[in-house]
Design a protein. Structure first.
Length: 311
């Protein structure tokens, strides 16, 4: 836990094995953490070989942390090998990308698994559209973006996209999504269906287009929208930088060195500061979005993967 004003660690909470994806409730009282009993695959080792490593299925789930007491309240069921998660707009449901093959929908009021939705293989990131109508899932192994109707809780469209889509964010009006692709070293843009979900009308097919190509060595890892400045920030896992993309154009404005292997990132609510989890430096880097200067690098636990911002 970090204090965003002081840029300092408040506390470290033990939540379970291999914590990755994070989400904070709208009032900031709850932190949801995807935890997994599947061991991390060492660099350079084939996934098929890693799949044979011993795994603790009982450790899979979502840890719920009370942000006031800093205590783990419970661990919710969430499929096999949870990696990322997103809160529904009503906060009655939690959408959890399970790397073994789908999206689990958790009923937060009952603390039970509501349903499991099949998506393209290897779901890596899951995000809810600004109007709450759609849930988008980027799947790296399936090279696709799957769109889920948040009312019907069904997959309604899967679009082939890039070679290794790893993260995504929505435009503020929800009309399109921006997807970071690691192997293509690019950001794709893809349109969302018009009208409301759940109306029973077919969802038209869509084709993603390249918004911006980054230097091949960058290998994008995370993406965030700065709506007030009309920008995207993309962490480049191999170049140790954050690429700053102006949507007007669009064009790559510059790359800012922020660490060793930046991964997940999140903006403060006023969009003045960008916090970046740096797996290689075991730290969180703080970037001033007005000056694009690094303000601090805060040491945290080993290999931080994601950042989530409270209200």
């Amino acid at each position: 836990m970090l204090d965003t004003v002081r840029g300092a660690v408040i506390a470290t909470v033990i939540v379970g094995k291999r914590p990755r994806g994070l989400a904070v409730s709208h009032d900031g009282s709850r932190l949801y953490v995807a935890v997994s009993g599947v061991p991390r695959c060492p660099s350079g080792v084939a996934r098929a070989r890693c799949a044979r490593l011993p795994r603790d299925l009982a450790a899979d789930g979502v840890a719920v942390v009370d942000t006031r007491t800093l205590k783990v309240l419970e661990r919710l069921p969430a499929g096999s090998d949870p990696v990322e998660l997103a809160l529904g707009h009503s906060e009655r449901q939690l959408f959890v990308a399970d790397e073994d093959g789908g999206v689990s929908v958790v009923n937060l009021r009952a603390g039970t698994l509501l349903t499991h939705i099949h998506v393209a293989s290897g779901p890596r990131a899951v995000r809810v559209s600004p109007n709450g109508e759609w849930v988008a899932v980027a799947s790296d192994l399936g090279h696709a973006l799957t769109l889920i109707d948040s009312h019907l809780l069904e997959s309604v469209r899967t679009t082939a996209l890039g070679r290794l889509p790893v993260d995504l964010t929505f435009a503020l009006d929800g009309r399109e999504a921006y997807v970071a692709d690691e192997l293509d070293s690019a950001v794709y843009r893809i349109g969302m269906p018009a009208g409301l979900a759940g109306e029973g009308t077919p969802v038209p097919a869509a084709h993603g287009s390249v918004l911006v190509r980054l230097p091949f060595a960058d290998r994008p890892a995370g993406i965030a929208l700065d709506a007030s400045r009309g920008r995207l920030y993309v962490s480049t896992g191999r170049s140790g930088s954050v690429a700053v993309i102006a949507l007007a154009g669009p064009t790559l404005l510059r790359e800012v060195h922020v660490g060793t292997r930046p991964q997940g990132l999140a903006l403060t609510p006023n969009e003045r500061l960008l916090f970046i989890a740096d797996r290689g430096s075991n730290a969180v880097t703080v970037l001033d979005t007005a000056t694009l200067r690094v303000l601090a690098q805060v040491p945290v636990g080993h290999s931080p993967w994601a950042v989530a911002m409270g209200p």
